[in-house]
Design a protein around this ligand. Structure first.
Ligand SMILES: C[S@@+](CC[C@H](N)C(=O)[O-])C[C@H]1O[C@@H](n2cnc3c(N)ncnc32)[C@H](O)[C@@H]1O
Length: 263
């Protein structure tokens, strides 16, 4: 173990929430972020159906199960395996939350549409701020698109976002789908971390609109195509006007060149 790693392990051992999570047999210190978010914004209630996107190792699944109780239902998804939690009303799917087949499997598992979709997913960290921020925004936007298919009308959404230049665009996008949108950083989130949590309350209930003008949608065009299974005719109907293209070209060029440098 290098010096830096040793320092990180020591720091972690001193961390209050890490100690609390260990003591209470939670799988991650992140459970306290969800408890704090829920206390303030009332996102999940007893008896609710909840989808947890990016759920490994399972801390938020444990926290959610303790809120929804026996009458609720939780479906988690992650690229990684999750050790079984031994509750009949928690189902975990191993897979990529941005893929349509995984979305279909989630829907199959749910007893009804969800009261809440929660997403603590993190992209692979490259260490280049703009790249990590962009990947996070892509993931969060895919989570938003999935939510429009998973949520009941008036349902709630919470998502972790790495802050950066597209943050305000993401908030604007969210306002098309939720009555109220809040940004916060719970106490359990480290000050040194670039993460913030965005909460959408009161889902309007309408499906995802691919014609909204947003540089973010341009950015994830291929993913949106995957997830929504648009056929070519529908795809041609999207708003690919020159004006919008020009607006986003610089941004996308910049992101692509940053990615190339790192990959
Ligand atoms: C910070 S962890 C989540 C911690 C969790 N909330 C807990 O309390 O245990 C982020 C997770 O997002 C997952 N993730 C990232 N991209 C994903 C994707 N495309 N599909 C599914 N899971 C993904 C990662 O595998 C990782 O396990």
């Amino acid at each position: 173990m290098g010096k830096k790693d040793k320092r990180w392990v020591l720091q972690r051992k001193k961390d209050t929430y890490y100690k609390l999570a260990k003591k209470n047999k939670y799988r991650s210190r992140a459970v306290y972020k969800l408890f704090q978010l829920n206390e303030r914004f009332n996102i999940i209630k007893e008896g609710n159906v909840v989808v947890d996107l990016g759920c490994a190792p399972g801390g938020w699944l444990q926290a959610t199960r303790s809120i929804v109780g026996e009458e609720g239902f939780v479906v988690g998804v992650d690229l990684q395996s999750v050790k079984p939690l031994n509750y009949e009303n928690i189902v975990v799917i191993k897979g990529d939350m941005t893929k349509k087949e995984i979305l279909d499997r989630i829907i199959k598992e749910m007893p009804s549409k969800a009261n809440a979709v929660i997403c603590d997913a993190s992209p692979n960290i490259s260490g280049v701020w703009d790249v990590d921020h962009t990947r996070s925004i892509e993931l969060c936007t895919m989570a938003l698109i999935s939510s429009t298919k998973l949520l009941k009308k008036d349902g709630n959404f919470v998502v972790k976002v790495f802050q950066g230049y597209l943050f305000d665009n993401y908030i604007s996008l969210l306002k098309n789908y939720f009555r109220r949108v809040y940004t916060t950083k719970p106490k359990a989130s480290r000050n040194s971390s670039a993460e913030a949590y965005v909460i959408g309350k009161g889902f309007f209930g309408h499906s995802f609109n691919r014609n909204i003008k947003s540089p973010i949608l341009r950015l994830i065009e291929n993913n949106v195509k995957n997830l929504t299974n648009l056929d070519d005719e529908e795809y041609k109907c999207l708003d690919h006007t020159n004006e919008n293209k020009k607006e986003d070209t610089l941004l996308i060029k910049r992101i692509k060149s940053l990615r190339k440098k790192k990959e």
